[in-house]
Design a protein around this ligand. Sequence first.
Ligand SMILES: [Zn+2]
Length: 244
Amino acid sequence: MATELLYHRDSSLNEAEVLVLATGMDELGPFFIPDRTIFYFGGGGQPADSGFVRDPEGNMVPILKAIPAPGGIAHYLASPHFAPGPGVALRMSIDPARRLLHSRIHTAGHLVGSMIFEQLRWKLVPLKGYHYPDSPYVEFSNPEQLHELDSIPVEEGMREWIRSDRAVFTSTDGSLDGDREKTFVPEGFSLEGGRSLRWVGIDGFKYYPCAGTHVPTLGLLGKVSIKYFKGKKGNMRVAYQVEE
Ligand SMILES: [Zn+2]
């Protein structure tokens, strides 16, 4: 993949200069592939960013969507009149409030998962997360079919970790690949060639394979509460809320 994902290293970048590597056209319209991007294209239970680039006259041209393509990440623009050619430098911006909210909700999902699985050690095993603002949840496998769960210990535990402002770490150097002590790979998660490209973990908890954006420390989460526990096809969904 020729497009560097700048948000993998720094989820707080809201602006960057990018260089157009290639352009193309498909059924979604004209697109360009930049050398790097700050635009989270979605997936992994997290919604895509909204953002724009500036054309040479300084006009804001919204990015409609971005999709992984063979030569990098294809970015589609909302203007048929602006088609940047290879070699053109563009100023890319994303909506910082939207990004921060998504990062907070996503990071809170990690905290819910680790609190239940690693700290409280309930027999619930993290499977996947849905981190959209409408009704975020973490889904666990529930091998012992637990029910009538209590949200209070989860909320109290999370409050403590948020108060101590734990760091959220990212590792991409391969040192954690295959490390069963420090990492946890949810069932059904596909690791390319047996390894992950990126691990994300809260200080004191395990690292999980993840491609999304996160806040650097838990203090930025504010108040996180548990909305409900709900059995779902033998699994357990834990719905949570991040106060805006
Ligand atoms: Zn994540």
